[in-house]
Design a protein around this ligand. Structure first.
Ligand code: GLU
Length: 425
C-alpha cells in the first residue's frame, strides 16, 4: 500500500462510522492540485544539478492550504499527497480556518553545503511562486527544514513580489517575523494532549518510562519537556541509531553531545558521565530495537511507516504518542489496538505545530506580536479542546482515538464543504 492509500483507508474507516456522504469522500480522496517542478541549482563546484520538487494542495474548504515542506531522499508525489491530506484533517481536528497542503524536494540535505541549500530553497520558491501566497498556500518547516530556510523562503517570495510578503511562510525566526513558541510547538502540543490523557488515567510521570524515536524538531524538544515534567527518558534515537540507558537520559546533555558527535549513538559514555550515577550503563541500539524497548510511553517523532505489520506485535509500550506524520500503518494500528496499546494519533497529537503557524499568520497579518505566555495559553486551549472533541467521539462511536480524530475532522469538513455549495459544482 502506498502512503496515500493508507490515508484513504483511514478516511474510509472513519467515514463509515459517520455515514460520510459519498460525494464528500470522493472530493477528499482527490487532492485539488498537484505541482511537480524541476529546480536547477548551480553547485559549489560549478556543476549544474536538477532537483525534483513537489507541492500538493489537498483541500481548501476550511481556508488557505497549509503545511510544511521537507528535504529528504524519499520524497515523492505519493508521500506528499498523503501528507497534504493529513494536513487537511489535522487543521479540521484543531478547528483552525486552514486547509491542507504539503511539499518537499527529493534531496539528501546532508550532502549540500549551506549556500547550496539556500539556492535550493530560493529555487523552490521561484518555481512554485504562482501557487503560493498568504491567502493561497502557506508552507512551513517539516523534516530537515528549519527557521533559517523559512527566512530565505519569505525573502525570495518578497523579492519576487517587490514588497514585504513575510506571511507567505511560517516557522520563520523571530527576527524575520516568526512567532514565539513556534519551534517548540509540535512537541508542546503533543505534551498537552499526553497530559490530558494521563490525567484521565491517573498516571504519575515519576514512575513512567519514555522512549523517543527521533531527536530533531519534534523529538528533541519533547525529550526536554517530558524530562522537565519528571518523566524518565530511557531511550532515544536519531537517523543513525539509538541509545538505551538504565538510569535515564538528560536530554540537554545529550543534545549538546549529539551536536558535537553527530549522533546520539556516539554519546553513551558522555551520558554516563553526565548522570554521575555509579553503575549507570547505556547501550547502543538500532532504530528497530529502540521501538521494541520495555517502556510505558513510546514517542514516535521520526518518519512515516515505522510500526508496520512486521513489528507491531513486538511493541511493549502502553501508550504511543505520534509526533511524526503517519508513523503507524493501518494494519499495524489494528494489531496495536488488539493488544490494548493506546495511540494518541498524529492528526491530533502533532497539530500544535500548525496551530502556532496559524498564530504566526495572525501576528504577521496584524503586525502585532504576542508574548510567549500568550502563545502557550492559546495553544493549550486549542489542544485541550481538540482532545475533548476527539475523546467524546471515541466514546460516542466506540472507536479508537485515531478513528475518532478522523471522525471529528470529517464531520467538520462535510459541513463546511456542503455550506460552500456542492450543488454549485
Ligand atoms: N510540518 C508540520 C506538520 O506536519 C507543520 C505544518 C505547518 O506549520 O504548517 O504539521
Amino acid at each position: 500500500m502506498s502512503l496515500f492509500e493508507n490515508t484513504l483507508a483511514q478516511i474510509e474507516k472513519a467515514g463509515s462510522l459517520v455515514n460520510l456522504d459519498d460525494e464528500i469522500k470522493l472530493i477528499l480522496s482527490n487532492p485539488q492540485r498537484r505541482v511537480r517542478v524541476s529546480i536547477p541549482i548551480r553547485m559549489d563546484d560549478g556543476s549544474l544539478k536538477i532537483f525534483q520538487g513537489f507541492r500538493v494542495q489537498h483541500n481548501n474548504a476550511m481556508g488557505p492550504y497549509k503545511g510544511g515542506f521537507r528535504y529528504h531522499p524519499q520524497v515523492d508525489m505519493e508521500e506528499v499527497k498523503a501528507l497534504s491530506a493529513w494536513m487537511t484533517m489535522k487543521c479540521a481536528v484543531v478547528g483552525i480556518p486552514l486547509g491542507g497542503g504539503k511539499g518537499g524536494v527529493m534531496v539528501d540535505p546532508k550532502q549540500l553545503s549551506e549556500s547550496e541549500l539556500e539556492r535550493l530553497t530560493r529555487g523552490y520558491v521561484r518555481m512554485l511562486e504562482p501557487v503560493l501566497g498568504p491567502e493561497m498556500d502557506v508552507p512551513a518547516p517539516d523534516v530537515n527544514t528549519d527557521s533559517k530556510m523559512m527566512d530565505w523562503f519569505a525573502d525570495e517570495y518578497s523579492k519576487l513580489k517587490g514588497k514585504d510578503m513575510r506571511g507567505v511562510v511560517t516557522g520563520k525566526t523571530i527576527e524575520a517575523g516568526g512567532s514565539k513558541g513556534r519551534s517548540e510547538a509540535t512537541a508542546q502540543g503533543g505534551v498537552f494532549v499526553l497530559e490530558e490523557y494521563i490525567k484521565d488515567k491517573g498516571l504519575n510521570p515519576k514512575d513512567t518510562k519514555v522512549v523517543i524515536q527521533g531527536f530533531g524538531n519534534a523529538g528533541g524538544v519533547a525529550a526536554k519537556l517530558l524530562a522537565a515534567m519528571d518523566f524518565e527518558i530511557v531511550g532515544v534515537s536519531d537517523s543513525q541509531g539509538g541509545l538505551v540507558c538504565s538510569h535515564g537520559i538528560d536530554p540537554a546533555g545529550l543534545m549538546t553531545c549529539k551536536i558535537e558527535k553527530n549522533s546520539v549513538k556516539n554519546c553513551g559514555i558522555h551520558v554516563e558521565e553526565l548522570q554521575g550515577i555509579e553503575g549507570a550503563t547505556c547501550r547502543v541500539v538500532t532504530n528497530e530495537e529502540l521501538l521494541e524497548q520495555e517502556c510505558d510511553i513510546l514517542v514516535l517523532a521520526a518518519l512515516e511507516n515505522q510500526i508496520t505489520i512486521d513489528n507491531a506485535d513486538q511493541i511493549k509500550a502502553k501508550v504511543i504518542l505520534e509526533l511524526a506524520n503517519g508513523p503507524i500503518t493501518p494494519e499495524a494500528d489494528e494489531i496495536l489496538n488488539k493488544n490494548g496499546i493506546t495511540v494518541l494519533p498524529d492528526i491530533l497529537a502533532n497539530a500544535g505545530g500548525v496551530t502556532v503557524s496559524y498564530f504566526e499568520m495572525l501576528q504577521n497579518h496584524d503586525d502585532k506580536y504576542w508574548s510567549e505566555e500568550e502563545v502557550a495559553e492559546k495553544l493549550k486551549k486549542t489542544m485541550v479542546d481538540a482532545w475533548k472533541a476527539v475523546f467524546e467521539n471515541s466514546q460516542k462511536y466506540k472507536c479508537s482515538l485515531r478513528n475518532a480524530a478522523f471522525v471529528t475532522a470529517l464531520i467538520r469538513l462535510e459541513e463546511k464543504i456542503k455550506e460552500k455549495g456542492l450543488n454549485k459544482l
